[in-house]
Design a protein around this ligand. Structure first.
Ligand SMILES: O=C(CO)[C@H](O)[C@H](O)COP(=O)(O)O
Length: 290
């Protein structure tokens, strides 16, 4: 089948290759002309036969919103727009409603797999109507991993991005757990070969995982991680996960702590801990560092 794909960066570019390798036709647009198959969205739409399927794979927020609004002006009744970026799930219902009067269908898809997805496949979590999902299934089948798992029609509009948000919340927590275990290991007087310990967990252990494999890979490249600063950004999914935990009154200690750890990683000196040190000095005369 044919697919229009907007955004050919680290994710979209590899997805184009994987979908093409499965025998489908992909017309890709990217704002970097050297990556793009067409000059603009109007040309992309003109190269697709109706009913068209166009997938956006661009950063969440204004860039995605602008792309979908432009597409809405170019597509026809019966066409399908898919947002595969990390949009907030609350964007999806209103978007589907806005497109409905034009007869344009909408699906939100959480896509996991990172730069490895081209070879390993992408886990896909889809939100939208079942008959629309069915029309795009050949593309989902091309993207998903070869095995039994890796695809879910999670529910109605927003469910795909909701599932991806929780996936990323878990990702934060798992990474934080590995990071903290790693820090205790390197602080210990007993363990002298931390990379070897990490490697030993990759097979047979209870904590083996792809993230652990990637930590091992990072340590192979830089055994003490001395080439990196302990500074970690975020792009929203962890915050939204915690917002949801609070809205639903779900205790989510690990996920909440892991986003706060990222905030802490960006501080040179903690105002909160300065206040604690000052208070301890005030009430107990305890020494402070200046
Ligand atoms: O979706 C992803 C992985 O699953 C992206 O890599 C995402 O950017 C990770 O979230 P954050 O940038 O907040 O760490």
């Amino acid at each position: 089948m044919q697919l229009g794909l907007i955004g050919l960066g680290r994710m979209g570019g590899n997805m184009r290759d994987r979908i093409r390798a499965a025998g489908h036709e992909v017309v890709g647009y990217d704002h970097h002309p050297e990556n793009s198959d067409v000059a603009n969205l109007a040309e992309l739409v003109s190269k697709l036969a109706a009913p068209r399927v166009v997938w956006t794979m661009v950063p969440a927020g204004k860039i995605t919103e602008d792309a979908i609004n432009e597409l809405a002006g170019l597509l026809e009744p019966g066409d399908i727009i898919i947002d595969g970026g990390n949009s907030k799930f609350t964007d999806d219902g209103p978007r589907a409603e806005r497109l409905k009067p034009k007869g344009i269908h909408y699906l939100d898809v959480g896509v996991s797999g990172g730069v490895w997805g081209k070879d390993n496949g992408y886990a896909l979590m889809v939100g939208g109507e079942a008959d629309v999902v069915a029309k795009v299934q050949p593309i989902f089948d091309a993207l998903k991993p070869a095995g039994e798992f890796g695809f879910a029609h999670a529910g109605t509009h927003g469910a795909g991005h909701y599932a991806k948000m929780i996936h990323n919340g878990i990702e934060y927590g798992m990474m934080q757990a590995y990071g903290e275990g790693y820090e205790i290991l390197i602080a210990s007087e007993l363990v002298h070969n931390v990379p070897a310990v990490i490697k030993s967990w990759r097979e047979g252990s209870v904590v083996k995982s792809w993230l652990l494999d990637l930590l091992d890979r990072a340590l192979d490249e830089d055994p003490t991680l001395s080439g990196l600063k302990g500074y970690v950004d975020d792009t929203g999914e962890g915050r939204w996960t915690v917002d949801e935990a609070i809205r639903l009154a779900v205790p989510a200690h690990v996920l909440a702590a892991s986003i706060f750890n990222r905030f802490e990683s960006r501080q040179d000196d903690s105002p909160a801990m300065k206040a604690v040190a000052a208070l301890r000095q005030q009430f107990g005369g305890h020494a402070v560092k200046r």
